[in-house]
Design a protein around this ligand. Structure first.
Ligand code: ZN
Length: 382
């Protein structure tokens, strides 16, 4: 998630470039330079600058469709296979997700068709048109048609995966539909990989592992989302925690690390307020650098976001996804109550799955029948 570079903000949406996009541009630029000299490299750069603009337009297709349904998009990430819009939330009704997913490819296909009309017909893919402007337009037409068609492949992480999930979700439920679309994504990735190896196509070889991992993580996030829907932070937080005084030496933290099976330690001040979180890695690093006399408040991670026990658990998941080391739970007076971490969310998911509560219900239905009701309220209520 942090392997990217921000290049600007349009209408409240920050546009970020993934490192692999930059790598791809460099690779193309270098290849063109060695093949055709600086002129070819310059033409290539102009083409990719315009293609890049088309990818942004594709993403704004998704963003504007999402805005119609009241969903904001804080960020888009540009990858060699297209862009990923980080919607603030995925809309619950499948019909809305379907329309948002289709809006991007619709923009790409429209740009492609408009260029084809302007050129008076679809030029052959590698036709050397005498006029450089027309050649550029022809390549852009092809690229946009490809971008639209590629993204309609019914598999995660392509837009078509979302279309497939939305179409299946009305009948099979959200979790199962996501698994099917993610499984299709991993299958497509394997096919890309095999095709790349057989034809020596570097782009396919680069894309294959990315598609595989992205499809898997989509399934993971969907499972987590499914397991936490309808829950509040108090339902998923760890409250039975060993706390460390912020002014204690790190040796005390090392002691607690060995004594307990806890990995993240809340550091609190004299009034019981959270000052930061000391992780296992943080303890080891502090011992190595400053020895046992280093202080907890020098080694801890400060600025841990805090939520009230009544916040939706989804908010905590989102904060962790954005890179927070942990999410603190605080009572109305700012007193520390508990922590939410990836580890304990995973445990929660395992429990929820074992109880068969997270499977195959649409988010809307899960919202109506919160898991909390079946927990008997005995868990971690602050
Ligand atoms: Zn898209």
């Amino acid at each position: 998630m942090n392997w990217s570079l921000s290049i600007g903000t349009i209408g409240g949406t920050s546009i970020r470039l993934h490192w692999s996009f930059l790598l791809f541009l460099l690779w193309i630029g270098r290849a063109l330079w060695t093949q055709g000299g600086p002129g070819a490299a310059l033409g290539g750069v102009a083409f990719f600058a315009l293609l890049f603009a088309c990818v942004v337009l594709h993403e704004f297709g998704h963003i504007l469709a999402a805005r119609r349904f009241g969903v904001r998009t804080p960020e888009i990430l540009l990858l060699p296979i297209g862009g990923v819009s980080r919607l603030e939330r995925i809309p619950e009704p499948p019909r809305e997700e379907l329309l948002i997913a289709l809006a991007g490819p619709a923009v790409s296909l429209s740009i492609g068709l408009a260029l084809v009309l302007a050129l008076g017909g679809l030029p052959a893919f590698d036709e050397a048109l005498s006029e450089p402007g027309a050649a550029l337009a022809a390549r852009l037409a092809w690229a946009n048609l490809f971008l639209g068609a590629f993204n309609l492949i019914p598999a995660f992480p392509m837009d078509g995966g979302r279309v497939l999930r939305a179409l299946l979700a009305t009948r099979l439920g959200y979790a199962r539909s996501t698994r099917i679309a993610a499984g299709a994504g991993q299958l497509v990735a394997l096919l890309f990989g095999v095709a790349g190896l057989m034809t020596g196509n570097v782009v396919l070889m680069l894309i294959a592992p990315f598609v595989y991992v992205a499809a898997g993580s989509e399934a993971g996030v969907a499972q987590l989302r499914s397991a936490t829907l309808g829950l509040v932070v108090a339902d998923v937080a760890m409250t039975d925690l060993e706390r460390l005084p912020a002014d204690a030496p790190v040796s005390a933290a090392a002691d607690a690390l060995i004594r307990t099976d806890q990995r993240d330690f809340p550091a609190v001040d004299g009034q019981g307020r959270l000052r930061g979180v000391l992780t296992r890695d943080g303890i080891v690093k502090a011992l190595r650098r400053g020895g046992p006399d280093a202080l907890v408040n020098e080694a801890m991670q400060a600025g841990v976001p805090a939520l009230s026990p009544r916040h939706g658990a989804e908010v905590a998941v989102r904060l962790l996804q954005q890179g927070a080391p942990a999410v603190a739970v605080e009572d109305a007076d700012g007193g520390f109550v508990g922590l939410v971490t990836w580890d304990n969310l995973l445990e929660h998911m395992l429990v929820a799955r074992a109880w068969g509560l997270s499977e195959d219900r649409t988010p809307r239905a899960e919202g109506r029948v919160p898991l909390t009701a079946r927990h008997g309220g005995g868990r971690a209520r602050a």
